[in-house]
Design a protein around this ligand. Structure first.
Ligand code: NI
Length: 133
């Protein structure tokens, strides 16, 4: 994609805050930081407007918990149309990490994530929406 340069005028205080943000997040320059801030804002807006987005649901659970694997499979089959792939990692003897890549209408992604994460046996769960496509 073509890169276009443009000038930005900012109050000195705001520029100082931007430079702190750049340093704290280890961006290589201001442009990279501003690019991410704009993208985050646009993705957030698309999510709020229930547009088509893509992201990942991350789950951590103990696979010994009764019925959990069946419930996880049942829910995912109800949302097969928005699931791109699922990857399962055995973290140790008990714990599993599952990463489910999803794409579709934002509200449906959130609905799926909420159903999975709210299962009693899920120790940790998170939905991150990363892209607007
Ligand atoms: Ni496992």
């Amino acid at each position: 994609m073509a890169v276009v340069r443009f000038g930005v005028s900012l109050e000195k205080e705001l520029l100082n805050e931007l430079d702190n943000f750049v340093a704290q997040n280890q961006f290589t320059n201001r442009s990279q930081a501003i690019r991410q801030l704009i993208t985050n804002k646009l993705v957030k807006k698309k999510t709020e407007e229930n547009k088509e987005v893509a992201g990942a649901i991350t789950l951590v659970y103990d696979h010994h918990k009764r019925d959990l694997l069946n419930k996880l499979a049942d829910i995912q089959h109800d949302f097969y149309d928005i699931i791109l792939s699922a990857q399962h990692f055995h973290l140790d003897h008990d714990n599993c990490l599952e990463i489910i890549a999803v794409r579709g209408k934002a509200f449906r992604l959130q609905n799926l994530a909420n159903k999975l994460i709210s299962l009693k046996a899920i120790q940790h769960g998170n939905l991150s929406i990363n892209n607007d496509k």
